[in-house]
Design a protein around this ligand. Structure first.
Ligand SMILES: NC(=O)c1ccc[n+]([C@@H]2O[C@H](COP(=O)([O-])OP(=O)(O)OC[C@H]3O[C@@H](n4cnc5c(N)ncnc54)[C@H](O)[C@@H]3O)[C@@H](O)[C@H]2O)c1
Length: 315
């Protein structure tokens, strides 16, 4: 007989602002989990969002229960996704948000852990690498089960831009941004390819170094350009978070540039930063150490230094 008590996937979302709701909307549209719980310090907001999202469920690809809940709902959650906190204002860097969002996070993590939560954390709030570290420290969970969205969005932006440049399907573009999700991030050109061709080996008439550099600068500064125009960025990160969620819940063993804890990899330790990692139901299965060239290594080291310096006053 069919087991009617089969375990369902429960995801709890903390923070139902622009990023959180874009994530929730994509989750429902992509049929990723059976239960989605919304929590926000502004309870009326999470209630209203749950009501609105529920009205789309008849058109979703698979059944899902969505409700505005409490921290107690985290107890049996497989995944808690955090998008709560302050966002960048025009001209503001991600790192400038550190103090206020760390304070908010300490409170949130305490509430989640008090429920008995023993699943995986996925953090998106900025500065994401530092807040992922805060989440790890405050929760006491193993490092493999604390994941930041890292440079997944940045790598997606790079793939989109390269796909447009070459007029190729972005799914054929393999390109990675690593480092801080912010101003010191870097592209790993030495490991990028379009279809079966390595970018660095393309002849100058098909790609010159200058256009590559322009593509990267536009990717790195994309959030500033979007915030100047519409005040915030949320669809891209919402879909990036769903991509990571699927990798976890579906035990995909796929490679994504998430913010992961370095324990000697890339010559660094005690820092969360965006690097390629294999993601599955247990969280981060392993970090992939790519051979960076001298320039890339120097840029990556700089990114680590900036994160560690920024973290000092709050950790
Ligand atoms: N990682 C990325 O790639 C990426 C991309 C875009 C935005 N972000 C970040 O995501 C975060 C959210 O951005 P947004 O545009 O959704 O902001 P927003 O202001 O629209 O939403 C934030 C939400 O957090 C809630 N909140 C605040 N304090 C809380 C608390 N203590 N407990 C529960 N909820 C609380 C607020 O009520 C609000 O609903 C920002 O830090 C932003 O910089 C990250």
């Amino acid at each position: 007989m069919e087991n009617l008590n089969k375990k369902v996937n429960r995801v709890v979302l903390i923070g139902t602002g622009a990023v959180g709701c874009s994530y929730a909307y994509s989750m429902i549209n992509q049929g990723v989990a059976e239960e989605l719980v919304l929590i926000d310090v502004n309870e009326a907001k999470s209630e209203g969002e749950a009501m609105d999202l529920n009205h789309g469920i008849p058109f979703a690809p698979s059944p899902i229960k969505v409700w505005s809940g409490t921290y107690q709902d985290c107890e049996s959650a497989d995944l808690v996704v955090i998008t709560a906190g302050l966002a960048q204002k025009p001209g503001e860097t991600r790192l400038q948000l550190v103090e206020k969002n760390t304070k908010i996070f300490k409170e949130i993590i305490k509430n989640i852990m008090a429920s008995g939560f023993d699943g995986i954390f996925l953090v998106a709030t900025n500065p994401v690498d530092i807040l992922t570290y805060v989440t790890w420290k405050e929760s006491g969970l193993p490092k493999e089960r604390v994941i930041g969205s890292g440079t997944v969005l940045d790598s997606a932006r790079l793939r989109t831009a390269l796909g447009q440049h070459f007029n190729m399907d972005t799914r054929n573009v393999h390109a990675y941004i690593i480092g801080e999700h912010g101003d010191t991030e870097l592209p790993v050109w030495s490991r990028s390819s379009v279809g079966v061709e390595r970018l660095e080996e393309l002849p100058p008439e098909r790609l010159n170094r200058e256009s590559l550099e322009n593509i990267f600068v536009n990717v790195r500064d994309a959030a500033y350009h979007i915030i100047e125009r519409k005040g915030a960025t949320y669809y891209g990160i919402g879909m990036s978070l769903v991509r990571i969620t699927k990798a976890i819940l579906n035990n995909e063993n796929c490679i994504l540039t998430v913010s992961s804890y370095l324990d000697g990899q890339y010559g660094h330790q005690d820092v969360f930063i965006g690097v390629p990692a294999v993601i599955n139901r247990g969280g981060i299965r392993e970090i992939i150490e790519i051979d960076l060239n001298a320039k890339e290594k120097q840029q990556f080291d700089h990114s680590v230094t900036v994160l560690k310096e920024t973290m000092k006053p709050v950790i």
